[in-house]
Design a protein around this ligand. Structure first.
Ligand SMILES: Cc1ncc(COP(=O)(O)O)c(C=O)c1O
Length: 461
């Protein structure tokens, strides 16, 4: 690349301008390559076992890892910690009603608690739930209830390189066929995950969501909206979908909420908080049954495992996340990192989604066979080379033979890292690109029976 001499070009290369300024800092420890090598050996080459303090840029997840605003921090001080009927609950409830439009509101300690309460109450063994693509905890909660979870992703999602605008959509033809062929009561609901995390953070169009909702109503099944990243999804709709450019993100989010009979949300994403979840419903009777159930495991229905201050912070976060300047920067950061990697010749899932960049490790490291887990190999090397922690999403997570592409997800925490720190990620990839034939695959030497990616141990091949 020729050197950039034009100052404006150099400024543009710095990435999107932050719509916030920094008020408090958390120092990050620098580690040496030798130290990282030692930590990797001790961790059995599993990045979940590396102490976070020894990570320079932590892109393991965007869940609960973002920075709160000063409005949220000051809201914490207004937390009402009364056991029942706390003022903070009513603020939380009214905000959820206003933003999404569903009347029955239940706070939960995180997204999977909302999923667990819902599916434990709703499902009987042998029943089925369909989805554009289940997130893993959602799937697990369906299966724990003895039911089946089937993914029906849109055909466009299969081509990892295509620039189709809404690769998170559900396949409407297969959805209708499944609903038509099912016996009465066999299919209970359709989960629409927005954005589609397991599918690369790709958005769902409003037209697709509305069509899925209409099918659900026609066949008498519930449309369950997994709204964890609904504001990011709405931003893509505004940007890409015909007829939506003049609508505000808040209006689009509300329109998406109108499609849902039930809404679950991990507030650790678009709630802009470090902990919390939401379950919202239209059916008062179902909500009451869930409230009776939750007292046993989660807490009284007006706090659901959260402190009053947590509900205050979520109430502020749910409004703040609709700020289009915030969203432009958020999606802009993801695009910034994606653009740098693309220009370096690193293969990524296109177009980049909302919350992170997904690198195709199989294509980047063609000399490592799937049996030697190229995604894990790349994730390990990113850490040893640059102190960067990403997450393997491939055969370690889903099993060999799953057919899942071998990816490394670089999830970007909200309002947390500067563009220069994301630049460091790209610099590290540039160093790896030049010596990638020396990167070695791994084999598993120890693994638990379920969710092995969290605790398995590996060795280099
Ligand atoms: C789409 C989606 N749904 C549900 C969840 C589960 O939420 P939580 O981690 O708050 O339990 C996640 C978490 O990553 C997610 O990405």
């Amino acid at each position: 690349m020729p050197p950039m001499t034009d100052p404006l070009e150099r400024i543009a290369a710095l990435g999107p301008v932050e719509p916030y300024r920094v008020k408090m800092v958390e120092p990050i420890k620098q580690t040496s390559p030798d130290e990282r090598e030692r930590l990797l050996v001790e961790a059995g080459y599993n990045l979940f076992r590396i102490p976070a303090e020894a990570v320079l840029v932590d892109l393991l997840t965007d869940s609960g890892t973002g920075a709160m605003s000063h409005y949220q921090w000051s809201a914490l001080m207004q937390g009402d910690e009364s056991y029942a009927g706390a003022r903070s609950f009513f603020r939380f409830r009214d905000t959820v009603r206003e933003v999404f439009g569903l009347p029955e509101v239940i706070p939960t300690h995180q997204g999977r608690a909302a999923e667990h309460l819902l599916f434990a109450e709703l499902l009987k063994p042998g029943q089925r739930v369909l989805s554009n693509t289940f997130f893993d905890t959602t799937r697990a909660n369906v299966e724990v209830a003895g039911a089946f979870a089937d993914d029906l992703p849109a055909v466009e999602a299969r081509d990892l390189g295509s620039q189709a605008p809404f690769k998170g959509d559900v396949d409407l033809l297969r959805l209708e066929a499944a609903l038509k062929d099912a016996s009465a009561g066999e299919i209970v609901g359709v989960v629409m995950t927005v954005t589609n995390n397991a599918g690369g953070g790709q958005p769902v169009s409003l037209a697709n969501l509305r069509a899925a909702s209409a099918l659900c109503r026609r066949y008498g099944v519930l449309l369950i909206l997994d709204a964890s990243r609904i504001a990011e999804n709405a931003f893509f709709i505004k940007e890409r979908e015909e007829g939506c450019a003049d609508r505000s993100v808040a209006e689009i989010v509300r329109a998406m909420g109108e499609c849902a009979d039930v809404l679950t949300m991990s507030a650790k994403k678009d709630g802009l908080v470090n902990i919390g979840g939401v379950l919202a419903l239209r059916d008062t009777d179902l909500a009451e049954r869930i409230r009776r159930r939750m007292v046993v495991t989660e807490g009284f229905p007006t706090y659901g495992g959260l402190a009053g201050r947590d509900m205050e912070a979520i109430a502020v976060g749910l409004k703040e996340v609709l700020d289009e300047q915030y969203l432009a920067h958020r999606i802009g950061q993801t695009r910034f990192l994606a653009g740098l990697l693309r220009d370096l010749g690193v293969p990524i899932i296109e177009p980049p989604g909302g919350h992170g960049v997904f690198v195709n490790a199989r294509v980047f490291l063609p000399h490592i066979p799937v049996e030697q887990f190229p995604g894990q190999a790349l994730a390990i090397t990113l850490y040893s080379e640059g102190g960067i922690r990403g997450c393997e999403i491939g055969s370690v997570m889903f099993g060999l033979g799953s057919g899942h592409p071998e990816l490394v997800r670089l999830a970007i925490p909200r309002r947390t890292y500067s563009n220069a720190q994301l630049g460091w990620v790209a610099t590290t990839f540039a160093a790896l690109r030049d010596k990638k034939s020396s990167i070695r695959g791994v084999r598993i030497v120890e693994e638990p029976p379920v969710l092995r990616h969290f605790t398995a141990r590996f060795e280099l091949v």
